[in-house]
Design a protein around this ligand. Structure first.
Ligand SMILES: [Zn+2]
Length: 308
């Protein structure tokens, strides 16, 4: 009897000891809409967070498939990080409603719209709406391709994590500062490298208006987009006009993310002798690629295409 009592007491203590570290080390659950934001959140959060990305780099961020399975991580999330500027408007709002999670609703500390800390480019000068087909009505949402914007977002994520989890605030700030130093170094190094290219080579045509942060950083001129407006597929008339311009200006590169259909780019490349340069649509979050390694991969591929 005494033996049994001792045993049950031991079992109770053991159970408590097993439960204690789990409680003490409960991680902040972060969900990010895109792999770039998820990668930065993982680097800032370090061992104190658990990060889920709702999409992969092979998906167009405007048109992610809102699978019901995406509701589960949102239901458990302490923090949702999104791009904003209506980039996710076609698929995220229903998932947020479906999550039934009061912690991540708009206006709560558990939702961070990263665009609020970015100096925006491409803000329309006159009122436009998605009804007119333009899917960048609030300014250009593709800012994470510039590492200096990534650094701003890292700091915003660190601040928000510090608010939700004050015990680990110092670690969040320190890791965001490390990322910012790396980003500043990479931005300066690449700007210098691209400056060495002859100016006639520093011209591109893009598919979608998604590269302006990258191109302005690197001093590369965007001659045109194959889409007549963001979100409107290329028409034969518009493509014919772009081909004439490209031939006239000897534009050496057509720049694409790898989630886009290649056929129009391949056709234009053939007609103009330009190179079709395909860059990843985001960091390979699932395989642990770092944010800056992704940015470096993009600039390496673009540089190789622009070199004489
Ligand atoms: Zn876009």
């Amino acid at each position: 009897m005494r033996f049994l009592r001792t045993l049950s007491w031991t079992a109770a203590v053991t159970a408590a000891l097993l439960a204690w570290p789990a409680l003490a080390e409960a991680k902040v659950k972060v969900v990010a809409t895109l792999p770039d934001l998820a990668t930065v959140a993982r680097e800032v959060g370090g061992p104190d967070v658990e990060v889920t990305a709702l999409s992969v780099p092979t998906q167009d961020p405007h048109f992610v498939d809102a699978r019901p399975s995406l509701v589960l991580p949102l239901n458990r999330a302490d923090l949702l990080v999104l791009t904003g500027l209506q980039l996710e408007v076609g698929w995220l709002p229903n998932l947020i409603v479906g999550s039934r999670n009061p912690r991540i609703q708009t206006g709560t500390p558990g939702q961070l719209d990263a665009s609020t800390v970015v100096p925006l480019k491409g803000v329309p000068t006159e009122a436009i709406s998605r009804a007119q087909g333009d899917i960048h009505p609030g300014g250009n949402p593709h800012y994470m391709i510039d590492p200096r914007e990534g650094a701003r977002v890292a700091k915003a994520i660190a601040d928000r994590l510090g608010q939700l989890d004050p015990a680990h605030r110092a670690g969040y700030s320190a890791r965001a500062a490390t990322l910012a130093t790396g980003a500043a170094n990479l931005a300066a190094k690449e700007a210098k490298r691209f400056a060495s290219l002859p100016s006639a080579r520093k011209q591109v045509v893009v598919y979608h208006e998604s590269m302006i942060y990258l191109l302005q950083w690197l001093g590369v001129k965007q001659i045109d987009t194959l889409e007549p407006k963001p979100g409107i597929p290329p028409s034969p008339q518009h493509v014919a006009m772009v081909i004439v311009k490209m031939k006239g200006d000897h534009v050496p590169v057509i720049l694409y993310e790898d989630y886009r259909p290649r056929n129009t780019g391949a056709l234009v490349a053939e007609k103009t002798n330009a190179k079709l340069v395909i860059v990843p649509g985001g960091p390979d979050f699932d395989h642990g690629q770092s944010y800056l390694a992704y940015v470096q991969d993009v600039t390496n591929k673009l540089f190789a295409g622009l070199q004489p």
